[in-house]
Write a protein that binds this ligand. Sequence first.
Ligand SMILES: [Ca+2]
Length: 315
Amino acid sequence: MSRARGVALMTALIVVAIATAIAAAIFFDTGLVLRRSEGTSGQGRALLLAGGAEALAARILGEELDTGNAPIHPGQRWANPLGPIEVEDAGVLQGQLIDLQGRFNLNSLIDKDGRIDPVALEIFERLLRVLELEPAWAPKLADWIDADDLPSNGGAEDDTYTALRPGYRPPNRPVTSISELLLLPGFDMARFARLAPHVAALPRDASINLCTATPALLDALADERQWLGAEDDLARNRERDCFPRRDAFKAALSTPEAFERLDRGLGLGERSRYFQLQTTSLVGTARFSLYSLLRYEPAPPGPPRLRVMLRRTTP
Ligand SMILES: [Ca+2]
């Protein structure tokens, strides 16, 4: 067997081992929840409740999304907390929808050919700086995602990860969860907690919605410290309408070319298709959390619909 095949086999074995460990952890965690619950049907009931919340969220989101091209902003009904709703003989349900396009999409770090996108890389570095994190994480994550095995400037590829004990390899493909950040050596939970509310793991077609962008992301895009620390002002501006509107944001940048560059690289708009629904169900004394990734998509000849792309028990 060649060395390359040997390494590939080892990688596959490690992946299986990690997956098994994660599955065991989930079962262990779920097992504890079940033991605390009043009956063994608790988890099933919680899942049913979460399914009901997804249907309700789809209806509420449809109110805004089916209207055409109007902006999607946090002054609309979808952004209000859902519940708590007491469902007879089932439990208590609470939910919250989050517009994931108000966050920096980690997968925008690569272009359609799997190469690092310099504009996205620059914005991610700026976002890290705004959040007082080291910008050096940007090229490392870009190499984690990009298709090749050649370390970029300040990046890390196979050599770095295979030297670890136990060693592993970058997937060289888009991330499916922001928790993959924790696989970069030295990227700890404190850093993750600070960055997590500002990033998402979405398909590359997800542009940024300026109307829901987090204060830190707006500052990173504008390359100016304005909104981080002024969250209340931003929230007031967003009570009734989209803010900042695309044209206003364009005018506020130093040059129209600066806006065009960002727009080409990341896409700057006023609408969204990707949302996260977080539901918490209380069944008896057991609490059960579920994160659903929702995508609004056309379904001709019928009306557009909201599809559940992913469900998981962590963000
Ligand atoms: Ca790579």
